[in-house]
Write a protein that binds this ligand. Structure first.
Ligand code: SAH
Length: 356
């Protein structure tokens, strides 16, 4: 108990903006520019200890560990290797909850799939994260630290970030945007905002807010069915925001931002992979400035099936000709349960099963 209180009372530095760090050092009686130095150490130079911050006075460096902590995450386990595919990181947070991130390297990109929540409240029928229910939102620091930790651990830059890990980013809007702002600050982590994608299951009012705020991050929308009734069964969030409202919000976004939106469409065998679906999907694609990512379903349980490659090809043929860009994402990382929708946090599940 004492230990927990102690950890909680310490200020966590990852997640703080430059001006928050300046305020923090001022409150300790230090000069404001020390805040900027700490900001650069943390976000540009990947420092994870105060000892590394060699331009701070030794006195200040010695007092900091009692008052503050830099990171949030303890890595419990990694699965997979960069040489052979994706790498899944399992992290423990300071309250004992667990969260996962997946590093997806390819030729000239290193993409990090980050989590925005522990668990998820939306209950999409096909997604593993739904099965653990909603535990809590992540803080902006806990989100940013997924990137900083992995960058530090691998010694290589992360070029792209996708909010496609655990949780619904638009149900943790403020922290997700603050984290993206930190990731893209040119004076700090300097990830291009065009290489940060926020994927939503369809919270229409947040799509509008995101648009009205002029956010420069890219938007993806998980569609999964072109039909209201079917989508409502697959994704209960459709009861709150129906397909029409969602598509209106999507059009509003593309018109005001001038950006394309990416539709994600998980393909389930004998469910949403028929010609009728393809034609209805094609109409939607024509009505929104967008591109399409088809994701053959990754097994979570035996309720749904993945279509074979010939069925996926057939579906693509039905969609053609198509002005919108189209890609098929055969997820990598299914062997380590790190593909889309497979991030359940086995550790969280173990906890539930053992009643911890
Ligand atoms: N909540 C957000 C982000 C997390 S899911 C969203 O829904 O967009 C990221 C993507 O994985 C979504 O497009 C989702 O539809 C897809 N997905 C979920 N479960 C999946 C599964 N079992 N197989 C393949 N894709 C899945």
């Amino acid at each position: 108990m004492n230990e927990r209180t102690d950890i909680k009372s310490k200020q966590h530095l990852i997640g703080m903006t430059r001006s928050e760090l300046e305020q923090f050092v001022l409150s300790l009686g230090e000069k404001k520019f020390r805040g900027r130095q700490i900001y650069q150490w943390i976000y540009q130079k990947d420092a994870r200890s105060f000892d590394a911050m060699t331009d701070l006075s030794t006195n200040f460096r010695d007092t900091l560990p009692a008052l503050a902590e830099i990171g949030h995450l303890t890595c419990l386990e990694t699965r997979g290797t960069e040489e052979t595919g994706s790498v899944k990181y399992l992290f423990r947070l300071s309250d004992g909850e667990c969260v996962e991130s997946v590093l997806i390297p390819d030729e000239n990109r290193r993409t990090l799939c980050v989590s925005a929540q522990i668990g998820c409240a939306l209950n999409c029928r096909f997604c593993a994260t739904a099965k653990i229910g909603f535990h809590r939102n992540l803080t902006s620091g806990e989100i940013v630290d997924q990137l900083l930790y992995i960058k530090h651990a691998t010694g290589k830059p992360i070029t792209n970030v996708v909010y496609m890990g655990m949780g619904e980013p638009f149900q943790n809007y403020t922290a997700v945007i603050k984290a993206a702002d930190l990731m893209s600050d040119p004076q700090g982590m300097a990830t291009s905002p065009r290489r940060i994608v926020i994927s939503t299951a369809g919270i229409a009012d947040k799509i509008i807010q995101f648009t009205d705020e002029g956010q420069k991050y890219r938007l993806a929308l998980s569609l999964n069915s072109p039909f209201q009734d079917e989508r409502r069964e697959l994704m209960p969030v459709t009861r709150q925001w129906n397909l029409d409202e969602l598509l209106q919000a999507a059009r509003y976004y593309t018109r005001i931002s001038g950006n394309k939106l990416t539709f994600e469409y998980v393909l389930f065998a004998e469910l949403n992979d028929t010609r009728k679906h393809a034609l209805a999907l094609k109409d939607i694609l024509k009505s929104v400035n967008s591109k399409l990512n088809l994701i053959p379903y990754n097994a979570v349980d035996d309720q749904f099936k993945r279509p074979g490659p010939e069925k996926v090809d057939q579906f693509v043929q039905w969609l053609l000709p198509l002005k919108a860009g189209l890609s098929v994402r055969w997820s990598r990382g299914t062997d380590i349960k790190a593909a889309c929708g497979q991030l359940a946090g086995e550790e969280n599940q173990r906890k539930i099963q053992s009643g911890r």
